[in-house]
Design a binder for this molecule. Structure first.
Ligand code: 6R9
Length: 656
């Protein structure tokens, strides 16, 4: 492999310090305080994490070893006994939080439910007893394939209560994808529902489970537990399928939490693999509990009076860490919403914020760009004044979308936390702490205390300021993935062997390009597989997209490399225009010039293709792999099963 010279050319100079009022009330309340925490953690990471483990979590037995690091395998808090549901539920029952709202749920059709900590605890215990009755034991794997209803969180917590490992499969995945994941994890039981609501239609989840399990395709699965949600006709197999509402009345609300070893497996979550079969990312108990707890507390700055809403699906890591475990461990009120913007109610997101007085709102850049496209009259016609903090996750956010989010949704006075992390990292790694770190639109800013990231070349040599390179993490952290389920070799190869160890020290390879600016701020430039090489210049596609989106006519853009005989690759841009704009040759020319003006001639797109929509995975990530194929004028032969809408592809080939 040749040496990387990822060039970062986007220069964003705006700086937004937190307001005095926000900082004053924040958990971490000044840049000075952040720096002190950071230095303390860097000096002695084990001491730093051990102190937090002691003060922030409840243990049945204390650990004997903070960190046992045999690269790339880490054990945190070895010897400790703990149960994450004790920290998420039981301990709050001993305080005034007993009758505080733990989970507020809003269904797509407008039904809703609020569970206090006492009620949630009760349901989790009953559910856990039902699992026991179905012979699920400590160490068994349980598949969860659910819509966004409270029982999805209850099922996860019930597994954790009795020491079973959950493997949540996003409800938008096909029966095939579900089957592969259940097989790989050798699940004993599947928890599902008859269906879920998605954009005014029923997603037939139980039918998909039937398909996934047809003809004994997954012999390990003995039982299916079904929650009633949508009420449509489904087939129940008498010996295999059980209704939750029939079991629940007979279940005791008493179920003591299983004392788990710190390193007992908590869950498996499959990453939507860009190549090869999906990887089962393994997270364990104590380290994950601590890491999601403390990141939630400091990054979302949770107060006991807050209503906190993360719009992710529980089928993704963001849902695991920042709808369920992190917020509940903190005794927060976490909101869960089944719906998504749809024809019958394009403003539903803002309705929910208004209805519940949401204070902290966490969503994805792709959602923000969709909101922009739908028009600001939708949020502007609702009362969003309860909001005090905004967050983003999932991909780099272009500065113009950041500015819109701040102005239109935040009313100009909410800090924005742009949180960089991955399924593999368990929790947020690079982010502003909102009361401490001044933000720059498009930058995830500074590392969380205890996290030591760097930007290096393929030899592991650190890049100079503002020079692009590979993002790595240089010290283990409690929330890190422990292995790939059933394939430790793949774990080593995928994450620990790209960069040779430095002085015998292993570094974690994140798979993202980044640069660090003169203030030490990190700018994530997208996956290294999204980097394009134009005449020897490596450019982050995101930066060209940002340049395009900063043009007033552009709503969204995706840039890929197209093979070119002379330059290696050239820049090919798919562009979606703002509402009223018409595509034209003149506009294409103007946009190319705009990129030249914003970045430089090396980034000039050789072609602009106007499109109506971009192909996205069901989690909202642009499928650049497909765009690259289309840009190259080739037939698509690769797997498109995770694509949300196939008809988009034909339109992209022709342009609009
Ligand atoms: C949490 C999550 C991980 C990949 C990651 C990176 C991208 C996530 C980002 C970001 C820039 C951010 N990513 N957050 N890029 N800025 N704030 O999304 O996990 O689904 O595993 O995706 O998402 O490329 O490597 P996951």
């Amino acid at each position: 492999m040749s040496q990387p010279t990822i060039e970062s050319i986007l220069q964003e100079k705006r700086l937004f310090p937190p307001s005095e009022a926000f900082a004053k009330a924040a958990h971490v309340n000044s840049l000075e305080a952040y720096k002190q925490l950071y230095e303390k953690a860097k000096l002695d990471p084990q001491k730093f994490w051990a102190e937090l483990a002691e003060t922030e979590l409840d243990w049945f037995e204390k650990w004997h070893t903070v960190l046992d690091w045999q690269p790339p395998f880490a054990k945190w808090f070895d010897g400790g006994k703990i149960n994450i549901t004790y920290n998420c539920l039981d301990r709050h029952l001993l305080t005034w939080r007993r009758n505080k709202a733990a989970l507020i749920w809003e269904g797509e059709p407008g039904d809703s439910r609020t569970l206090t900590y006492a009620q949630l605890h009760r349901e989790v215990c009953q559910f856990a007893n039902a699992l026991k009755q179905l012979d699920v034991q400590k160490g068994d794997r349980v598949g969860i394939y659910m819509p966004m209803i409270p029982e999805a969180a209850i099922a996860m917590l019930a597994c954790a209560r009795i020491g079973a490992t959950h493997s949540v499969v996003f409800g938008g995945f096909s029966a095939e994808a579900l089957r592969d994941r259940l097989k790989d994890g050798q699940a004993k039981l599947v928890i599902t529902s008859d269906g879920g609501w998605r954009k005014d239609a029923i997603v037939p989840l139980k039918d998909q489970v039937d398909k996934a399990l047809a003809d004994g395709a997954v012999p390990s699965v003995k039982d299916v537990l079904v929650v009633k949600r949508t009420n449509q006709e489904i087939t129940m197999q008498p010996s295999r399928d059980h209704w939750w509402h029939e079991l629940q009345p007979g279940m005791s609300a008493h179920c003591p939490p299983e004392p788990m070893d710190s390193e007992d497996m908590l869950f498996i979550l499959y990453t939507s693999g860009s190549t090869g079969k999906p990887k089962g990312v393994v997270h364990t108990t104590a380290g994950y509990n601590l890491y999601t707890h403390i990141t939630t507390k400091w990054i979302f700055d949770l107060k006991d009076t807050d209503v906190y809403w993360c719009t992710a699906d529980v089928g993704w890591i963001t849902g695991h860490s920042y709808i369920v475990y992190g917020p509940l461990s903190n005794g927060a009120t976490t909101l869960m919403y089944e719906g998504a913007p749809r024809a019958s109610n394009p403003g539903c997101i803002w309705d929910v914020i208004q209805k519940y007085g949401v204070n902290v709102f966490y969503t994805a850049p792709t959602a923000i760009r969709t909101f922009i496209k739908m028009g600001e009259h939708l949020p502007m016609s609702r009362d969003l004044s309860s909001l005090r903090l905004l967050g983003t996750v999932g991909e780099p956010i272009n500065p113009e979308a950041w500015m819109w989010y701040q102005r239109v949704i935040g009313g100009g006075n909410c800090p924005i936390v742009d949180t960089w992390w991955q399924t593999e990292t368990g929790g947020v790694m690079i982010t502003p702490l909102p009361g401490a770190v001044p933000t720059k639109p498009g930058s995830a800013t500074l590392p969380f205390p205890g996290i030591i990231p760097d930007v290096v070349d393929l030899d592991g040599t650190p890049a100079a300021d503002n020079e692009g390179g590979y993002l790595v993490i240089k010290h283990p952290w409690p929330g890190m993935m422990r292995t790939v389920f059933g394939d430790p070799d793949r774990f080593r190869k995928s994450y620990w062997e790209h960069i040779p160890p430095q002085d015998g020290k292993y570094v974690y390879f994140a798979g993202d390009g980044a640069r660090r600016d003169e203030d030490g701020y990190f700018w994530i430039m997208g996956r290294v597989d999204d980097v394009i090489n134009v005449a020897g210049h490596r450019l982050g596609t995101m930066e060209i997209e940002s340049a395009l989106v900063s043009h007033p006519s552009v709503a969204e853009a995706a840039v890929v490399g197209r093979p070119d005989e002379v330059k290696g690759e050239d820049v090919f841009a798919f562009v979606i225009l703002e509402g009223a704009q018409e595509p034209s040759e003149a506009l294409a020319k103007a946009l190319k010039q705009h990129v030249v003006n914003e970045i430089g001639a090396i980034a000039r797109p050789s072609e602009i293709r106007f499109a109506e929509a971009l192909p996205k995975t069901r989690s909202g990530k642009i499928m650049r792999r497909l765009l690259r194929t289309i840009a190259a004028g080739q037939e698509i032969t690769s797997d498109t099963s995770t694509l949300e809408d196939r008809s988009i592809l034909d339109k992209l080939r022709e342009g609009v």
